[in-house]
Write a protein that binds this ligand. Sequence first.
Ligand SMILES: NC(=O)C1=CN([C@@H]2O[C@H](COP(=O)(O)OP(=O)(O)OC[C@H]3O[C@@H](n4cnc5c(N)ncnc54)[C@H](OP(=O)(O)O)[C@@H]3O)[C@@H](O)[C@H]2O)C=CC1
Ligand SMILES: N[C@@H](CC=O)C(=O)O
Ligand code: NA
Length: 370
Amino acid sequence: MSASPIYLGVIGVGGVGTAFLSQLARLPNAPKLVLLARSSQTLLAPTPAYSPAIPAADWTTASAGASLTKTGALPADEIAAYLASAPGRAILVDNTSDINLARQYPTFLKKGISIVTPNKKGFSDDLSLWKDIFASASEGKALVYHESTVGAGLPVLSTLKDLVATGDEVTRIEGVFSGTLSFLFNTFAPASGSSDAKWSDVVAQAKELGYTEPDPRDDLNGMDVARKLTILARLAGLEVSRPDSFPIESLIPSELTTLPSSADGIAEFMKRLPEFDSQMTSIKENAEKEGKVVRYVGSIDVASKDVKVGLQSFSKDSAIAGLKGSDNIISFYTKRYGSNPLIVQGAGAGGEVTAMGVLSDLIKVVQRLQ
Ligand SMILES: NC(=O)C1=CN([C@@H]2O[C@H](COP(=O)(O)OP(=O)(O)OC[C@H]3O[C@@H](n4cnc5c(N)ncnc54)[C@H](OP(=O)(O)O)[C@@H]3O)[C@@H](O)[C@H]2O)C=CC1
Ligand SMILES: N[C@@H](CC=O)C(=O)O
Ligand code: NA
């Protein structure tokens, strides 16, 4: 018996979305791509046949032809209605960082549309949305996979879920959870050798390399790490109400905190950041006086429900100080693993590695739906 067709909608074709589409194009027996959207345009396989499908490898050329339907941005409920009417199970891949789209996940899930995403916003917002997402998935018999919301493609969430599901007791999770901040400090204050790189130049480089959030201030203000810890804490069983319900150390100069969250605000922020390079240089030099390096870390202590996010100094021979590039390191302390934690380490940001996490989630969902 041949497997029933599965229909795929993808929203977002930025750094992660583009890498995802090129990996999807090489996947044998991929689901049929019938919807592809960016902020101002939507491409659809014409109804009622949902055919021809959109070629993932070459959607830009196909969008110029006449065989696909083209519209402007569609509201989430119209996208959900389109996917729910497809003649088979449907999956939505959200490759945006849009909180408003994430707030609509319950609408999709209740209609039986599964969700795969690297977008942290929905899973780290109000606890009520977290609960609504998983209750809606049960109601619609749909699946939700979001591995790339923490540690990009690294198997962080799957590891934590396996520890919990098999009855281990997770006592503490700690490490470096930001690819951007890892890259910034590994470059600006390396554990071996020295660097005279300017903080603002390294921030611009991280943005160029596709490590930062669409708005790099979300990395520098600690919110991206706080969102990841909120997700991990919730999976470990803690009812964290919001990602700003615990102290977060921000690296944004106070003079720049009032810039708007628009594209102009981002540009102005990047332009003025060099004025404040000396602030980060003095943080680096203070750690150096003690023979240490500074790194941005997070931790969750499950018993005391204590979640912390901020700067800490480390001796130069420690594992955290010796990280390279955009690497994350996440240590799980559990009852079974005792005093030697289970450690996951590797690149924690970048289009290709994040897309790999999204595509591997998609493969799991397809296998479970068939
Ligand atoms: N970059 C990384 O290393 C990692 C990223 N992530 C997450 O992956 C997601 C994507 O990141 P990245 O690719 O870097 O971001 P980009 O800014 O490069 O791309 C975002 C894409 O989403 C589209 N978009 C935004 N809002 C909407 C909307 N409401 N409707 C339709 N399309 C929309 C944009 O449209 P347009 O093209 O029109 O601007 C763009 O195509 C984020 O949630 C990020 O947190 C997770 C782990 C690592
Ligand atoms: N901006 C994020 C991307 C991955 O989540 C990071 O730098 O870690
Ligand atoms: Na991950």
